[in-house]
Design a protein around this ligand. Structure first.
Ligand SMILES: *Cc1c(COP(=O)(O)O)cnc(C)c1O
Length: 401
């Protein structure tokens, strides 16, 4: 097999983002296939005993077992690393597999983690429920307040973990400040970048150490497969993540990796259009609903920070009606936009976080995070925005607004 680019990564490094998205990591077999091949194999065979021994000894490059390496998965890992501007990347079975691996691979009993309180429900479960069971303490703070990060640091703090924009409140963390603070204290930052993807925001450009993904979201982007990825320095991936990953096995299946490779080819196009559509829909809603949290609208409390950190406003935003009854009435009256808790899809999807993604947190947990009973989260897809606005206009009227 040969890389179309040869083995010299300095060539691919110089390509611009759009080129990386279609070409980065491509690794062609002797057949010279144009599209990346799908290697559905768990194992590999060897010409002789010395070859397999050399591979196991780490003296020769090559595959030995698909929990350790797979060509299709390796192409995806290389492409994501190039798009992210990271030295290395390791694909994972899902976004939550990625978050779990990114944290557990580097933490031990007695360590301390500081996490932003506004986060995906399962990310909060890791911090609030899983880590303490293994003797890893966590302090949850308001990630939008820079001083709270500093105040939470202890001598044993090892990791800062946050997402920006956060799900579903769309609150932003000031990455330059928080990542810089972490660096100064020898703390590793782990950023969940699911809402943006490297097209909109590259946390490492703002000093992050580790970027973790649900590739289920925009990277696949068409609602097909679960996937995840962890990006970092070669040292972090080789010394921390790989031993954990290879021995615990949260592997991404080659087929799912192949689907995400296809998704990456159109990631930038989709995000440009979906961001434009989301801005049009957001501007319509701004005049109609009591409150909207949209990083592309000047009413967002961190609009200036969004302009600095995000190259596009993104496809996801939230808005609030006064009551749960109104929110449900709006959902039930939708004809085009689907009721779905997924995001990152080319279809417009809406959900009521308080009774779905953030149900398990309980009323106090939701109140502390700012997830109100009237909140709705909208993922804007590739439909004509005028059709989406008409659907919302009619559904808002049906909900009495
Ligand atoms: C969806 C999501 C996850 C989890 O990803 P899965 O692929 O569903 O496991 C983690 N963080 C954020 C911000 C998400 O939106």
């Amino acid at each position: 097999m040969k890389k179309t680019t040869g083995q010299d990564r300095s060539i691919t490094r110089n390509w611009r983002a759009a080129t990386q998205a279609v070409r980065g990591g491509t690794w062609r077999s002797e057949h010279g296939e144009t599209s990346e091949a799908l290697y559905l194999t768990s194992g590999y065979t060897y010409d002789d005993a010395a070859t397999v021994a050399a591979r196991f000894a780490g003296e020769q490059d090559g595959m030995t077992y698909s929990r350790l390496q797979n060509p299709t998965v390796a192409m995806l890992e290389e492409r994501i690393a190039l798009m992210e501007g990271a030295e290395a990347c390791r694909a994972q079975a899902s976004g939550m597999a990625a978050m779990t691996a990114a944290l557990l691979c580097q933490l031990s009993a007695g360590d301390h983690v500081v996490a932003g309180k506004a986060a995906f429900g399962s990310c909060r479960w890791l911090v609030d429920s899983l880590l303490p069971r293994f003797g890893i303490e966590a302090t949850v703070i308001d990630g939008t307040v820079n001083a709270e990060w500093e105040a939470a640091i202890r001598p044993n703090t090892r990791v800062f973990f946050y997402e920006t924009p956060a799900n579903p409140t769309l609150e932003l963390v000031d990455m330059t400040h928080v990542n810089g603070l972490a660096r100064a204290h020898g703390i590793t930052t782990v950023v969940d970048n699911a809402f943006c993807s490297p097209v909109i925001q590259r946390p490492m450009d703002f000093g992050a150490d580790v970027v973790a993904y649900s590739a289920t979201k925009f990277m696949d982007g068409q609602g097909r497969v679960l996937a995840g990825a962890v990006c970092g320095s070669a040292q972090f991936i080789n010394d921390k993540l790989l031993p954990f990953h290879r021995n615990t096995g949260p592997n991404l299946a080659p087929f799912n990796a192949w689907v995400v490779l296809k998704g990456l080819e159109t990631l930038e196009l989709r995000l440009r259009q979906q961001s434009a559509n989301a801005l049009a829909v957001g501007r319509f809603l701004e005049g109609r609903v009591p409150r909207i949290m949209h990083p592309g609208l000047e009413s967002h409390p961190a609009f200036a920070l969004a302009q600095k950190q995000m190259s596009l406003p993104g496809a996801i935003f939230s808005f609030e009606l006064d009551t749960r009854e109104q929110a449900w009435a709006l959902l039930d009256a939708l004809e085009l936009i689907d009721i779905s808790n997924n995001i990152g899809d080319t279809r417009s999807l809406m959900c009521h976080p308080a009774t779905t993604t953030h149900h398990n947190m309980g009323p106090e947990g939701r109140a502390a995070m700012g997830v109100t009973d009237g909140m709705l989260r909208l993922n804007v897809g590739l439909e004509d925005p005028l059709d989406l606005i008409e659907d919302l206009d009619r559904a808002l009227a049906a909900a009495g607004l």
